[in-house]
Design a protein around this ligand. Structure first.
Ligand code: NDP
Length: 284
């Protein structure tokens, strides 16, 4: 017999639509105020999640967020069901106590947390590695590494507490495994490399509890994070676009499908992986 197959374990004859369904699941998404985080939240809702909580900085929700919240109110999902709800939760991911407290409140109210997407992140790239200022390096690590860890810890605690075979998705970046000859990206690249290893390490430990942890590494995506460069430097979009075989930078909604898949039962044997969504960008 081939390893992993056995006549005692016939493959489950489940409809594709059932495997991908996120019916009744509860999601927690950091950085869900805009960009990739907000698209991830939409992916969960479109899959049928009953509630999604977007953890983001204690400022007012963005216009993008409010638009999505209004849209979702009248949205229908598979089976003609009304879509779930999306809620803004003010929390700075670098404040571990606040993250744990808020996610615990969500878990206790909902009696579960099924999916966690840790998308809050910042990009500060403009200084050569030799002179890179200590404070700025710490700030990038604090949000991109510590903040991701706190979010995943808080969600993992609730998944274990309510015995949910959850899925934790850490948003890393292609910058976590590739280098860039032309920019001063030392803090960002280092932080994202750490996130990829964080996902692998957490996957090893949490597998026994049935909790999966993967990293998702986007390539260049047009969001407010990259707009700070792309809008200032004419020609940069073309330069970045030429670095992948599809010849363009990505849209934030192009992350949705992978988030939905990783969150769902269609990916139950996938853990500890880094899934790259880069338009084929491989060659820095
Ligand atoms: P955005 O800047 O559009 O979104 C980032 C979100 O994170 C914002 O809502 C921001 O809050 C929030 N945030 C920042 N710091 C904190 C904090 N301390 N606590 C809570 N929330 C915080 O960026 P993207 O959507 O592009 O980025 C999302 C993730 O994807 C990041 O981890 C990024 O590194 C990663 N990524 C992005 C790529 C790209 O090309 N865009 C490529 C690869 C990875 P606020 O709304 O207040 O600004």
């Amino acid at each position: 017999a081939v390893h992993g197959t056995s006549s005692k374990q016939p493959s489950k004859a489940t409809l594709f639509s059932e495997e991908f369904s996120l019916d009744d699941r509860v999601g927690v998404v950091s950085g869900g105020n805009r960009g990739i985080g907000l698209e991830a939240a939409m992916a969960l809702l479109e899959g049928g999640a009953r509630s999604v909580y977007c953890l983001d900085l204690p400022s007012n929700p963005s216009e993008e967020f409010l638009k999505v919240r209004d849209y979702v109110k009248n949205m229908e999902v598979a089976g003609g069901k009304k879509a779930g709800t999306i809620e803004y939760v003010s929390v700075d991911v670098t404040d571990k106590n606040a993250v744990v407290r808020e996610v615990e409140r969500i878990g206790d109210e909902e009696r579960r947390v099924d999916v966690c997407v840790a998308a809050a992140g910042i990009l500060r790239n403009h200084i050569s590695c030799i002179e890179y200022p200590e404070e700025e390096f710490k700030q990038v690590m604090d949000v991109n590494v510590n903040g991701v860890l706190y979010t995943a810890q808080a969600a993992g605690l609730q998944m274990a507490k309510y015995n949910v075979p959850g899925s934790i998705i850490l948003i890393a970046s292609m910058s976590g495994s590739l280098t860039n000859m032309h920019h001063h990206w030392v803090s960002y690249n280092t932080s994202k490399g750490a996130v990829i290893q964080m996902a692998r390490s957490m996957a090893c430990e949490l597998g026994t509890k049935g909790i999966r942890v993967n990293s998702l590494s986007p390539g260049y995506i047009y969001t407010s994070l990259t707009a700070q460069y792309l809008d200032k430097h004419p020609g940069l979009i073309d330069k970045w676009s030429a670095q992948n075989p599809l010849g363009r930078i990505g849209r934030p909604d192009e992350i949705r499908g992978v988030v939905a898949w990783l969150a769902s039962d269609a990916s139950t044997y996938c853990t500890g992986s880094d899934i790259m969504v880069t338009g084929g960008h491989h060659s820095w």
